[in-house]
Design a binder for this molecule. Sequence first.
Ligand code: SF4
Length: 266
Amino acid sequence: MRTLDVIYPSAGFKDDKLFRKLRHGVGKAIADFSLIEKGDRIAVAVSGGKDSYTMLLLLEELRRRAPVPFELVAVNIDSGYPGYRTDVIEEFFRKNGFTYRMVPSEHYEIIKEKRRPGSSYCSICSRLKRGALYETAQTLGCNKLALGHHQDDFIETLLLNQFFVGSLKSMSASMLADNGVITVIRPLVYLAEEDIIAFSRLAKLPVVCCCCPVCGTADMQRKRMKRLLKELQVDIPHVKSSLLKALSNVHPRHLLDPALRRETVG
Ligand code: SF4
């Protein structure tokens, strides 16, 4: 079994240039989209992947420095896939002094029973997980739920929706959930995936596999978008930052959506 480093409070990486860059990116997202306010109690979804661990550490660092008080509660949903090491995740929470809630579930059993042959594992799995996160956040008295989607997720989703759905949309940095109670926030919106990977290695984060039946083979179209972006970057090095910028630089009059035209042309 791999050993766990106690990151807080020793946190040897905190003065590292990369960590400061990531912290700056999250701070900017919080300011730009008013993600965190005084008195917030935020459920932080931690799956045991590089993104969610990094998000938790960055939010904790900012919480310690913040001029306004807010609280964090790390939440892990166990979908029940055999071999998923929730013990490693819980040890990370415990050793680093986080307030946390581990939530076991019967999701795998439900998926086995309800999934239609040939249909996507991920859509039902993520729907169930999202529902459990909303419910847990509410039970814990949280008003916000932080998810670890980063810059590359936003850009790939933008491309996927255009290429396969015929829709011009990505994700929101802050949005009231369908339940009308919890606000979903995405504080990693400005962080590049490659920086998160580098940080997770630097901090020796105890990344665990989700152990689902389609682990590593799911979401081939997203992988395709990753490859496409990598190819484009050879000739257009700033292509990712330009695509992200496009999401906050929308010109409705130059699009074809009739509803948007009615709003802007009258
Ligand atoms: S990759 Fe696996 S764990 Fe992730 S959403 Fe798909 S089925 Fe669920």
